[in-house]
Design a protein around this ligand. Sequence first.
Ligand code: FES
Length: 119
Amino acid sequence: MATRSQVVAKRGEVAEGTSKKFYFDCGGREVEAFVVNFEGEMHAFINQCRHVPMTMDWVENQFFDENGRFIQCATHGALFEPSTGLCVDGPPAGKSLYRIEVEWNGDALVAQCPTELPT
Ligand code: FES
């Protein structure tokens, strides 16, 4: 599968403590993903829990828990570290969200299509 990149946010668009969902065409397959701004750093993951393959947002486009400390799964409340995607509490503890590499190119946040996609 060819690696592809895509601009998913502009600088200043995703404020600290907030998130943005995006859709990514990875080799002809549409992938739903999200980016979070955690303590000023941008991190992106596929929007699929590692417990049951369901989307994570508990309100549309809302991924942080109420304290803004963890990414929280809507279905059973699992908590994930925003900087790594590691589940620290809940049914999939010890597993990590599927990470999407992102980097700034000027004012554009560019995501790389992962080489491995969840089934
Ligand atoms: S589906 Fe996410 S914790 Fe169960």
